[in-house]
Design a protein around this ligand. Structure first.
Ligand code: SAH
Length: 399
């Protein structure tokens, strides 16, 4: 490769047809992602211990691995021009081989006075995924995607209705956070506390609540968790406490995650305390029942000491009855005290769905009934609704 033609710079996006994924039939579950061309290999796909060998196999000296990791994870740099500690020829080769462009921004939309930003990315094969960056006083949260589409087919979720296109690679997941970290450094997000102004803005929280069921893409998702929490310069050096893994309740994967030794917070998308309704709202319930999912959540708490979060989208006249709040409270208390809190989410509207959010009084009653059982309960603040960036609205409509 010639030195003055670094082919590492973001290449012009190749126009590929948008992948079509057939819409799932009601209740259908898809675990295996369709096979597609693999995303290009990237530094963030490799564990720190593997990187020296990879760099050597590409014909470079092993210590370049550390330099490259420092540029990417610590300095957030992927532009060879900025890697002045590397000889020019080496830079462009290494960047070409290990820091290829994985995400091409196609849409960037703001909401909440610039404090929420939704990004849609095109991946190498034309698949589109989204991430949402949200600034709160004292913290910045990014909601990331782990799959293009989702195979879990929850009828109230726009992503679920679109079906599964493919799994993301570890680096494609990590890159969403690195992009956000760079955007913050460049002051792309407004708002925050007056006291925040001085401190450099950092991504403090990462939630796996964008597109996809991350535990159905287990290896890549756990790889991403490791890259996010590995100390710099091997990784981004985030605290595991700032990460939340959200799942429909894939019981064996929850147990596996508990054994990884990385105490991320677990969020379980319950949405109904009884099997009859949950079978319909969260089709995975036909595999692992409410009680099995709650038992796994409790085991997760015991293994990690992290309080589990129960997500409950409140859907008008569907799952918002007082008796369901009571049943939920009883089932949680039957498994102990102080291990769990409930996070009701007012349903966000999705195209074509007849369902809508609960009436405010009903929502309040639901919350109070849970609190009366001693369950800490907080309504989730929904950001980005007007840009289809809120929970369940990510469907990669880029128009
Ligand atoms: N696959 C993961 C991540 C999904 S998104 C999971 O199921 O947990 C994060 C949360 O948003 C989940 O609890 C999901 O059920 C919820 N959600 C999906 N669609 C929604 C909608 N239209 N309104 C409110 N919450 C929704």
């Amino acid at each position: 490769m010639s030195d003055d033609q670094p082919d590492s710079a973001p290449t012009a996006p190749v126009e590929l047809p948008t992948p079509t994924t057939s819409r799932p039939t009601p209740g259908q579950l898809t675990f295996r992602a369709p096979r597609r061309g693999k995303p290009p290999r990237h530094l963030a796909d490799f564990e720190p211990a593997e990187r020296k060998g990879v760099v050597e196999s590409l014909g470079h000296q092993g210590f370049r691995a550390k330099q490259l990791s420092t540029h990417y994870f610590e300095r957030l740099v992927a532009d060879p021009e900025e890697m002045t500690d590397l000889p020019k020829a080496v830079r462009s080769e290494l960047v070409h081989d290990l820091l290829p462009t994985l995400l091409t921004p196609v849409v960037r939309r703001q909401a909440d006075d610039g404090q929420t930003m939704k990004y849609a990315w095109r991946l190498h094969d034309g698949a589109i995924v989204e991430s949402v960056l949200m600034r709160y006083p004292g913290r910045v949260t990014i909601c990331i995607s782990s799959q293009a589409g989702c195979g879990m087919n929850c009828p109230f979720c726009a992503t679920g209705q679109a079906g599964l296109t493919r799994n993301l690679s570890t680096a494609e997941i990590v890159e969403q956070v690195v992009w956000a970290a760079r955007a913050l450094r460049h002051g792309e997000l407004a708002g925050g506390d007056a006291g925040d102004q001085e401190a450099p803005l950092r991504v403090s929280n990462v939630v796996f609540m964008g597109m996809g069921e991350a535990l159905a893409n287990y290896k890549a998702a756990v790889g991403a968790i490791r890259r996010l929490t590995d100390p710099a310069p091997d990784g981004l050096g985030m605290s595991a406490r700032g990460l939340t893994m959200s799942t429909v309740g894939l019981v064996p994967a929850i147990d596996k995650l508990a054994a990884e030794g990385i105490p991320v917070t677990l969020a379980l998308s319950l949405h109904a305390p009884d099997d009859e309704l949950r079978d319909e709202l969260v089709p995975i319930n036909t595999r692992w029942k409410v009680d099995e999912a709650l038992d796994a959540a409790r085991r997760y708490f015991e293994a990690t000491g992290r309080r589990v979060s129960i997500e409950y989208a409140l859907i008008r006249d569907i799952n918002d009855q007082g008796w369901r709040a009571d049943l939920l409270g009883e089932k949680l208390n039957a498994r102990g005290r102080g291990w769990v809190h409930v996070n009701p989410i007012p349903l966000n509207p999705t195209p074509g769905s007849k369902w809508t959010a609960s009436r405010p009084g009903v929502e309040q009653n639901f919350v109070e009934r849970l609190r009366a059982h001693g369950i800490p309960t907080t309504i989730r603040d929904t950001r980005g609704q007007d840009i289809d960036g809120a929970c369940g609205q990510l469907a990669a409509a880029t128009a």
